[in-house]
Design a protein around this ligand. Structure first.
Ligand SMILES: Nc1ncnc2c1ncn2[C@@H]1O[C@H](COP(=O)(O)OP(=O)(O)OP(=O)(O)O)[C@@H](O)[C@H]1O
Ligand SMILES: [Mg+2]
Length: 424
């Protein structure tokens, strides 16, 4: 059985999971390792040696548990430089209709992925949404069908080459070859979303430390992805500023006493704090703490809703919102967000995984588990076909056309236009 490795590079923690694919699409985890995310800020590398050291430490810990050596990994990343957009491509099959072959599918995906980009940006994902033959209805896999014109709609994620190169450099120093770099919320979606949710229309919100990643699915396929530059660490910072306390203490208060429903906090529990610049302790109340946290939660709710509206997805997400990421652990968050958005909200936990303790099955680890599933399920990503491998960048093994042949996602969407990079 082949070994799968996922490394989730966050701004708070780096998590390496080692696992094995199970028949039926799930995974068994056989090793897990964590390291604090040093050298990384807002998802981006700010100190190559420190970040490489942290990545190597998380790998080593996972290796020790699993008893295997890691050489390759699927690597999850985030960053405000990442942006999603949709594109459309058409290729002729022939003057007379004939059967669509694997090379035709490859050709149309390559064409769809070859988008004009600003200098210093590159394509990270080209994910097919659906195909069409001769202008007909949406088709999941056109292989073997007859037609003379093949079209595809794809979702493309692009990133800043400099930021991606820094990640690759760190991985090289940590002596691991990336099979692929994956936008973290897309991996988390593999672990936390059900098939029904993706069909109906759902938004995955990955509330990390510095960033909130978004991935919207409709009719079985990814239709929008984005990054909002605010996360759970902003809540800690707010507490630090307002309570005038060191950040490690603010973080402890947030985790021990924090919640976001101050209106329900009737009991004025006193919380001791040791502020900056004074030896004497003073106290605050839990309600005050929760008011501060709730204000930031509301801001995140507003920014996420603005993004949904900008993507014209308002009213198209009946399955609501699934929350993942460590920030989701904050008490009362699903209820507060439900009240703000008027959409069903649930906490996403990794499904289709065995061998993990309860804590590791929580929302903070959905992204790492999703990286294993990304590989185990051979998610169709044509980026490796459309981007010429940069110098020193290992060529991703896309498993040939087998992945397209096996592609079993239903994807029925209204037609899209030309490529639009959704960055602000
Ligand atoms: N029990 C908890 N209650 C409240 N907040 C929590 C709890 N556990 C973790 N967090 C918060 O979750 C955040 C870390 O989340 P996560 O591990 O998903 O971040 P990351 O993936 O490393 O960061 P990013 O995705 O932004 O790069 C921290 O800010 C932390 O304060
Ligand atoms: Mg994260």
């Amino acid at each position: 059985m082949s070994t799968l490795v996922g490394i989730d590079i966050g701004s708070h923690k780096i998590c390496t999971l080692i696992g094995e694919a199970l028949p039926g699409g799930g995974v068994r985890v056989i090793g897990m390792g964590h390291a604090p995310a040093v050298g990384i800020r807002r998802g981006e590398i700010v100190h190559v040696d420190d970040a490489a050291g942290a990545i190597a430490a998380s790998i080593e810990r996972a290796e020790r548990v699993a008893g295997v050596t890691v050489r390759h990994a699927v690597v999850g990343i985030s960053g405000h430089h990442l942006a999603g957009g949709n594109n459309h491509a058409v290729v002729p099959i022939g003057r007379r209709p004939r059967e669509v072959e694997a090379t035709d599918i490859r050709r149309v995906l390559e064409t769809a992925g070859a988008v004009p980009l600003e200098h210093g940006r590159e394509v990270m994902h080209v994910l097919p949404r659906f195909f069409q033959l001769d202008g007909g209805g949406p088709v999941v896999s056109p292989l073997g069908m007859e037609g003379y014109r093949l079209e595809v709609e794809v979702h493309i994620v692009t990133g800043a080459t400099a930021a991606l190169s820094n990640v690759r450099r760190c991985l090289q120093l940590a002596e691991v070859i990336p099979d692929s770099l994956v936008f973290a919320p897309l991996a988390a979606a593999e672990a936390a979303l059900t098939r029904d949710e993706r069909e109906l229309g759902v938004l995955l919100v990955d509330l990390g430390a510095s960033l909130t990643g978004l991935a919207a699915y409709k009719d079985g396929a990814l239709v929008h992805s984005a990054v909002v530059p605010v996360g759970a660490r902003h809540m800690t910072n707010d507490l630090g500023v307002i309570l005038q306390s060191p950040l490690d203490q603010a973080e402890r208060i947030k985790i021990t006493h924090g919640h976001v429903l101050p209106e329900l906090d009737e009991d004025d529990v006193a919380i001791d704090i040791v502020p900056f610049g004074e030896a004497e302790r003073r106290s605050t109340t839990r309600r005050h703490v929760s008011q501060v946290l709730a204000a930031r939660a509301d801001e995140i709710a507003r920014l996420v809703m603005a993004e949904i509206e900008r993507a014209e997805l308002a009213g198209l997400l009946p399955a609501g919102v699934v929350l993942v990421g460590g920030g989701t652990e904050l008490g009362g968050l699903p209820r507060r967000l439900y009240e703000r958005w008027g959409l069903p909200v649930r906490i996403g936990r990794a499904a289709d995984v065995i061998g993990l303790g309860d804590a590791a099955r929580g929302p903070a680890h959905a992204g790492a588990v999703g990286l294993l599933l990304w590989r185990a399920r051979e998610v169709v990503d044509a980026a490796g076909w459309t981007v010429a491998p940069a110098a020193g960048r290992p060529t991703a093994d896309k498993g040939g056309m087998a992945r397209v042949l096996d592609w079993a996602r239903t994807a029925f969407l209204p037609g899209g236009g030309g490529y639009r990079d959704d960055r602000r």
